[in-house]
Design a protein around this ligand. Structure first.
Ligand SMILES: Nc1ncnc2c1ncn2[C@@H]1O[C@H](COP(=O)(O)OP(=O)(O)OP(=O)(O)O)[C@@H](O)[C@H]1O
Ligand SMILES: C[C@@](O)(CCO)CC(=O)[O-]
Ligand SMILES: [Mg+2]
Length: 396
């Protein structure tokens, strides 16, 4: 079976407030980044599926005959509209298939399992197509910037397009194209399945930002775009301390179960921080006093995240080094290492920013001023993709 080739991308995200609390039904405020994950899907003529994931040194090819062990009749029953609930039995079979009998999956196995789950599910009712997918991301993997969600959103968009479940939105003369609301919801629900495989118990905020882009308020699966917010200046610092979102989300859950009367008020307080932040961000105009409130909210939330057990000495260093320059920082995403964000005021002098960045780099961290609010998932013509990214994607 031949499918149409396609090239898609989805943005990473940063969470301003509400990470972890959002998993427990509280509000999160998140915004897309202008750093993206790209996926090229190419039809092939042989009976195999190739997966090239150069960011994580993972390259696999699977011959269709191998899929026999997955018991096709079982996954034949899966219908596309059932993208709300993960098929635990299929996940178990796929874990065996990728060679994990116990313990945790590594990056490569997790990514492979996520691809196979969505691939087998969206093509469940028909013939499996031979294809090659290649993924390249500008996002650091596993650093709190939503790399897993950008990956899952790209997989969902490309595979649903290939299956003909959503249309190929790109016309001949378009550089980029997006999908209608209904198609985006479809992409988002399959991306959520991908996130569930990678994270265990995701809130869905990361895949929502990857799908819709811009700034969102997310509460219990409800997504509200926030369009009237100012363009914030944010410094991103990657401590390069590796961590796993899945393990950190599980750690917070254990703590809540162990000390409910202590931890629930912390989650309520984070909720109130998100509400207050949203209120301040929608004031017009935003004054210096408003920025002082935003900075205090960042400090309070960072303390709360430490109380939840998702801090790290490297993140403390980011907070200390930036505070020495009068700037306020918190971790973003799951924490435990990974990235921190630092709020810059519109008038913050570029020399202050440069000096702060140098101090952070001297600590061994990567640091850059980012632009936020990139578009959600989109389809590309090759000429709309940066040459260096296209070159990597074309290598496979
Ligand atoms: N470029 C990529 N290629 C293939 N798989 C990727 C890529 N980037 C991320 N992944 C998948 O995402 C997993 C990392 O997800 P994880 O949720 O731990 O980090 P994150 O999404 O970057 O951070 P956060 O969830 O805190 O925002 C990897 O194990 C891999 O399965
Ligand atoms: C830690 C968490 O809140 C954000 C990860 O970016 C997990 C989630 O919401 O799924
Ligand atoms: Mg993730």
């Amino acid at each position: 079976m031949q499918v149409k080739d396609c090239l898609v991308s989805a943005p990473g995200k940063t969470i301003l407030h509400g990470e972890h609390a959002v998993v427990h039904g509280k509000v999160a405020l998140a915004v897309s980044l202008n750093l993206r994950t790209y996926l090229k899907l190419k039809s092939s003529s042989n009976d195999k599926v190739c997966i090239n994931l150069p960011n994580i040194d993972t390259f696999h090819y699977l011959v269709f005959a191998h899929f026999v062990t997955l018991n096709k009749p079982h996954w034949n029953k899966l219908c596309i509209d059932e993208a709300q609930r993960l098929d635990a039995e299929l996940v178990r079979r796929l874990r065996d298939f990728v060679g994990v009998t116990n313990g945790n999956l590594n990056n490569g196995n997790t990514a492979c399992l996520t691809f196979l789950y969505i691939y087998l599910s969206v093509f469940a009712s028909g013939e499996l197509p031979a294809l090659t997918i290649t993924v390249w991301s500008e996002l650091p993997t596993g650093a709190g910037l939503g790399s897993s969600a950008a990956y899952s959103v790209c997989l969902a968009a490309a595979l649903l397009c290939a299956a003909g479940t959503i249309p190929t939105s790109l016309r001949e003369w378009d550089q980029t194209a997006r999908w209608c609301q209904e198609d985006l919801e479809h992409i988002n629900s399959w991306a959520f399945q991908g996130e569930t495989i990678i994270h265990g118990n995701p809130s869905g905020v990361d895949n929502a930002v990857g799908t819709w882009g811009g700034m969102l308020r997310f509460l219990a699966g409800k997504i509200i775009p926030l369009s009237r917010v100012p363009l914030l200046r944010i410094l991103l610092t990657n401590t390069k301390v590796p961590r796993s979102t899945k393990a950190l989300v599980a750690r917070v859950k254990d703590k809540i179960n162990k000390f409910p009367s202590i931890m629930n008020p912390v989650l309520d307080s984070v909720d109130a921080i998100s509400y207050t932040c949203e209120k301040v961000l929608t004031c017009e105009p935003i004054t210096g006093e408003h920025y002082s409130i935003l900075e205090e909210l960042i400090d309070i939330n960072q303390h709360h995240l430490n109380v939840m057990g998702v801090g790290h000495p490297a993140l403390d260093t980011v907070c200390r080094v930036t505070l020495a320059k009068g700037l306020h920082s918190k971790l973003t995403g799951a924490g435990g290492g990974g990235c921190g964000i630092t709020l810059l005021r519109p008038e913050t002098d570029s020399s202050v920013v440069q000096n702060t960045m140098q101090d952070l780099k001297d600590c061994g961290f990567d640091c850059w001023e980012t632009s936020i609010g990139g578009p959600g998932v989109q389809q590309h013509s090759p000429s709309s993709v940066k040459e260096e990214i296209l070159e990597i994607l074309e290598q496979y």
